[in-house]
Design a protein around this ligand. Structure first.
Ligand code: MG
Length: 398
């Protein structure tokens, strides 16, 4: 049997729920055989599209679809300067599509290509939010009634909206560190006693506090027994994870902003975190993530791949396949998708009772209805939600 080769590499941009999603399609010499991959960098999606169509497409046409690892490295090194969120998402779109094709050719779900499922189901966590503790309590109760046992609890998201206080700075959110710390501690004080049996809370600091303040918050949260605490520090404050390791009991989750294996050397190499939160498309796709999962396993770090709303359903499916195949799987972030996303992306997995069943369809198992996708065009808009400022107007991390 001769190996099919790549005949075309194209992109599909769509915004079914308002957030731009970018999917890469790889076509082949074999009739009807194609693959889909996630290249979603919602806030710079048109730049990723340019890289795929103008640079990767001509470099990859004619290459055998079976050469997945070689194609990953070739695409990654093709521009001489490597890595970064734009280039990695472009590479990821191709990499995931080639794994999708490999599964379809074998007639096997991708997780079976990687050694087969090592668990019967995948536990997911989802997001509860409220502008007040009362609202949050209702949000938690609703999700718990749906069967979720792992629930991320946030008060006003990652920080209160700036509203009228935005002023000339145009801030989307204003963080007053002492108030924020007190309000999060107060939130858990009120939420924890009412949590239904078996429900475990999580929290995402979203790197918005100065490391000194973040450490103070984490020390005060230790007594609540969170499942994990996420993005306590910015990647730029990586040294602080050593201090956190010595001082905190709460498991630490980190990684969604990392793009390169080298950046992760301290965190993974020294075993400074408990859950790896890399976003697969920002890390270059499935190939580097499978390698990262194995590297983490040796350090007793569990996987918790980033799975927000600004991730295409193809990327969400890729996460699930990796979850089933990883012995060191920890948990999977999962957002409830809209009806139109289920219609547009047939095969998108669904959670029930806070879990997801093993995939059965060949490849990644998710398709796209291109006609429907065209009815929800992605647009290029200035990014504003990232403008987070302290009370004095100084910028903090988003
Ligand atoms: Mg996060």
């Amino acid at each position: 049997m001769s190996t099919p080769s790549i005949t075309d590499v194209t992109t599909i941009a769509t915004a079914p729920s308002g957030i731009p999603l970018l999917v890469v399609r790889v076509d082949t010499t074999e009739d009807g055989l194609y693959g889909l991959g996630c290249a979603t960098f919602a806030w710079r999606w048109s730049a990723v599209r340019e890289v795929v169509e103008n640079y990767l497409r001509p470099a990859l046409i004619g290459r055998p679809v079976a050469a997945i690892r070689d194609t990953f490295h070739l695409a990654h090194r093709n521009a001489y300067w490597r890595s970064g969120p734009v280039l990695n998402n472009a590479v990821s779109g191709v990499d995931m599509a080639l794994w999708d094709i490999a599964g379809k050719r074998a007639g096997m779900p991708c997780c079976d290509l990687w050694g087969g499922a090592v668990r019967n189901s995948v536990d997911v966590y989802t997001h509860a939010n409220g502008t007040s503790v009362e609202e949050l309590r209702e949000s938690v109760a609703r999700l718990a009634a749906e069967g979720y046992r792992f629930i991320r609890c946030q008060l006003a998201g990652y920080g209160p909206p700036a509203g009228d206080a935005a002023g000339a700075t145009g801030a989307a959110s204003i963080i007053k560190p002492a108030d924020r710390i007190d309000s999060i501690v107060d939130m858990f004080e009120h939420i924890i006693p009412d949590l239904p049996d078996g429900v475990r809370p999580l929290h995402d600091v979203h790197e918005r506090l100065h490391p000194t303040d973040a450490m103070r918050l984490a020390e005060r949260l230790d007594r609540f027994g969170l499942f994990f605490l996420e993005d306590l520090f910015a990647p730029e404050a990586i040294d602080w994870f050593r201090r956190a390791r010595e001082r905190l009991q709460t498991p630490i989750a980190m990684g969604e902003l990392f793009c390169s294996p080298a950046e992760l050397n301290p965190l993974v190499g020294e075993g400074l975190i408990d859950y790896i939160r890399v976003h697969p498309s920002f890390y270059g796709g499935i190939t580097p993530c499978l390698e990262l999962a194995t590297r983490c396993e040796a350090k007793h770090i569990r996987t918790a791949w980033h799975g927000p709303g600004d991730l295409s359903p193809v990327g969400a499916a890729a996460n699930i396949h990796m979850d089933f195949a990883a012995p060191n799987f920890g948990i999977q972030e999962w957002v409830v998708r809209s009806e139109v996303e289920y219609e547009m992306f047939p095969g998108l997995p669904a959670a029930h009772d806070g879990q997801i069943d093993p995939p059965t369809a060949p490849g990644l198992g998710v398709d796209i209805d291109r006609r429907l996708a065209e009815r929800f065009p992605a647009t290029v808009e200035p990014t504003r939600w990232t403008h987070t400022r302290f009370g004095d107007g100084g910028l903090t991390y988003p």
